[in-house]
Ligand binder design. Structure first.
Ligand SMILES: [Zn+2]
Length: 147
């Protein structure tokens, strides 16, 4: 068994056209986050947790934000690629637990959809909790087992 943790923080974007996507789910009526990809802090924290557990470095090493390929990228695709990378190294997810820290918007109506989406991507139970503080950040721990 291996455990990994991930943390990711994004500021809100000045661009009124950016969508807010967290855990692969669009949060309606909210300002988007700034970033090179779609700035999905939940997917990024989870991906860093998976990479950390397997000892594969961090997300920035595999998907550099200087690479135009990842501009506006769907972070569920990044997370899927990371889970595949872990599988190639002989590891599968056991479970993951995420805490999203955001003062606004209210995320409670969206967490069930995030759980469903992320559990499918990881192939293991994922829990998503939300708590309040300024900005948007996400913490994740991921347990992996050798398969
Ligand atoms: Zn990020």
């Amino acid at each position: 068994m291996r455990i990994g943790q991930g943390i990711d923080v994004h500021r809100f974007s000045e661009d009124p056209h950016r969508r807010l996507v967290l855990g692969g789910v669009e949060v309606e009526g909210a300002r988007g986050l700034g970033g090179h990809s779609d700035a999905d802090a939940v997917c990024h924290a989870l991906a860093d947790g998976v990479l950390g557990a397997v000892g594969l470095g961090d997300l920035g090493r595999h998907f550099p934000d200087t690479d135009p390929v990842w501009e506006g990228a769907d972070s569920v695709a990044l997370l899927t690629a990371v889970v595949r990378m872990a599988a190639e190294h002989g590891f599968a997810c056991v479970n993951a637990d995420c805490t999203i820290i955001a003062d606004w918007p209210r995320l409670a109506p969206y967490t069930d959809a995030m759980v469903e989406r992320l559990s499918t991507v990881l192939g293991a139970p994922v829990s998503v909790k939300a708590t309040r503080a300024e900005g948007v950040a996400c913490l994740a721990v991921v347990l992996m087992e050798a398969v």
